[in-house]
Design a protein around this ligand. Structure first.
Ligand SMILES: [Zn+2]
Length: 575
């Protein structure tokens, strides 16, 4: 306060001043408030000071909010610009679009689209797009919903473009999931339970359900505190897949829903969102009991909104994991791709997070794969296919295929246990430290499941896979997409321990207990203390059982297994 009288050039006489800083939340001065000459002519009192202090605080809040708002507006504008750029680069070029839209689209039969045994291995990338367009045509969706043909073609190409070249969760996986949906609707005669709009939504959802997948699961997003995990705390990746789907639809020339009425538009988007979020296995486990209950009660009318949503969610999971029901050669190859992707995540967890990955992501425990597949089938696939095929009998091939693959995996698991079959690992067996030290990328890692020709079964068993096969063929299917969440809870038996019969019988039920946190201190100590033994180089043509690093009795066991192998080989060739 200033009590001295001052006259300025205008003749204004300043008798008293009350001046105060205005601060923000961080106590930074962002302004100054000043009162001059109290009306009564008296000097400012303590009471005036208190009131003025309160006023200054409100000023601070106001200014702070305004600044925040301005910043938010700028950020929104920046985001919009980024989205414009993204959607330009994320969508298909006009050349590719016009080429696809002029292509002759072969029949559904040509691509074997009606079959539950559809395989994409031999299709070119162009063919995968044509097959996708064929499914829309075959369901009469283009005419029914007035989808401009070039928009459909651009959209299909854009969706394909937004899948990353990860080993399993790529465009081929999306195509396979959509094809299974198509086969379930047509061959499985489930279309009679769906409206045309729902069929449209389901096909779109299948094609988009893993958009922009990075080869890492939800748990990984949470552990690494990725921006996606900050955005969505549950079903993290699935929300992102849906967001990407919306982004593509909103990009110029890509909105296949453009001719729909407002209400249809809202409904189809709801179907798509529900279906994509349902592919999170956590959602499946949450909802499966209510579905099973409805089926148990003999539900045959699936038309009410809640029931339809439930049904759509279940069949999305059924499609997502449908590689598990494919012919053994396909399933075998796809399981390898899934494992490769999981092992890559396991490597990241070891290197970046210094954490021990769960069994199915730990390449050190890869020989547990057959047993883990059996667990995956028992816990998720078989019960789901059973209840679905009991309700919708025409999808029985999915159940049968799954059962057949269970036999094959169980067979392999038992052979692994007996030392008669093993998973040959080559580079996959390299200790993780060597990855960081060498320039070799984990993506080049291959492993093969080799079965000795000692089975009395007449079934064809696959031998050693050609090493180049999975690079050239982007196989797909689903044993693992689901596995990425649910199998993350696997605690399967550690390799190297002898697996007793009784233990094996209990295995399926124990597979889903909690993961790495359950590791014993001894196991942790092993990981830290055990020195790595240089990887054994071996001849691909000769079966060699691997040595497990750090296990003292392992070398002896290997000798025993080799001995047993030779014995069986001899007796098999003799018989
Ligand atoms: Zn998937």
């Amino acid at each position: 306060m200033n009590h001295e009288m001052r006259e300025d050039e205008d003749g204004f006489v300043t008798k008293s001043i009350l001046c105060m800083p205005i601060v923000n939340g961080q106590r930074t001065v962002i302004g100054v408030a000043q009162l001059i000459n109290k009306g009564s002519g008296h000097p400012f009192s303590d009471c005036d000071v208190s009131i003025f202090e309160a006023f200054a605080i409100f000023c601070g809040l106001g200014i702070h909010n305004t600044q925040m708002y301005e910043n938010a507006c700028k950020l929104m504008a920046k985001q919009k610009v980024a989205l414009e750029c993204l959607s330009y680069h994320a969508t298909a070029s006009s050349e590719d679009t016009s080429k696809l839209s002029q292509d002759i689209i072969p029949s559904a039969e040509t691509y074997n689209l009606y079959s539950f045994k559809f395989i994409d291995f031999d299709l070119t990338d162009e063919d995968t797009c044509r097959a996708t367009v064929r499914m829309f045509l075959q369901c009469n969706l283009v005419k029914q919903f007035h989808i401009p043909y070039d928009v459909l073609c651009r959209w299909v190409l854009s969706v394909k473009k937004n899948y990353r070249p990860v080993k399993y969760h790529n465009w081929r996986h999306a195509l396979n999931v959509a094809q299974t949906m198509f086969a379930m609707l047509k061959t499985g005669k489930m279309e009679r339970f769906m409206t045309d709009l729902e069929i449209l939504g389901l096909l779109v959802a299948c094609l988009c359900h893993d958009l922009d997948h990075r080869g890492t699961n939800n748990a990984f997003q949470t552990k690494t505190e990725s921006p996606l995990a900050i955005l969505y705390s549950t079903s993290t990746m699935e929300h992102h897949h849906f967001d990407q789907c919306v982004m593509i639809l909103n990009s110029e020339g890509n909105n296949i829903f453009q001719s729909l009425s407002t209400e249809d538009y809202r409904n189809v988007m709801k179907t798509v969102e529900n279906a994509i979020i349902s592919t999170d296995l956590a959602m499946y486990f949450k909802k499966k009991d209510s579905f099973m209950k409805l089926v148990d009660e003999g539900e045959f009318d699936w038309q009410s909104e809640g029931k339809k949503e439930l049904l759509c969610g279940m069949i999305m999971t059924a499609c997502d994991v449908s590689a598990i029901a494919k012919p053994w050669e396909v399933q075998h190859k796809v399981a390898k791709l899934v494992a490769d992707e999981f092992f890559d995540q396991g490597d990241l967890e070891k290197l970046q997070l210094n954490q021990q990955p769960v069994a199915m992501m730990d390449r050190e425990r890869k020989d547990e794969l057959p047993q883990m597949q059996v667990g995956f089938i028992d816990v998720i696939c078989l019960p789901l296919y059973k209840v679905l095929s009991d309700t919708f009998p025409w999808i029985q091939p999915l159940y049968d295929g799954c059962l057949e693959n269970r036999r094959n995996w169980q067979d392999l698991a038992e052979k692994v246990e007996m030392g008669l079959t093993w998973i040959d690992h080559d580079t996959i067996d390299k200790p993780v430290e060597e990855f960081s030290a060498s320039s070799e990328q984990p993506k080049d890692i291959e492993f093969t499941v080799t079965t000795l020709n000692c089975t009395h079964s007449t079934e064809k068993r696959t031998g050693t896979e050609p090493q180049s096969s999975h690079q050239s063929r982007k196989a797909n299917g689903s044993a693992g997409s689901v596995g990425s969440t649910a199998l993350g809870r696997f605690t399967s038996l550690r390799r190297g321990k002898t697996i007793g019969k009784a233990v094996r019988e209990r295995l399926s039920s124990s597979l889903y207990s909690s993961s790495s946190s359950g590791r014993s201190q001894q196991q942790e100590a092993e990981t830290v203390l055990v020195p790595s033994i240089p990887q054994l180089k071996r001849n691909n043509n000769k079966p060699v059982t691997q040595l497990r690093k750090g296990k003292q009795n392992k070398a002896r066991r290997t000798q025993e297994l080799l001995q047993a192998t030779k014995t069986v080989q001899t007796s098999a060739s003799a018989s």
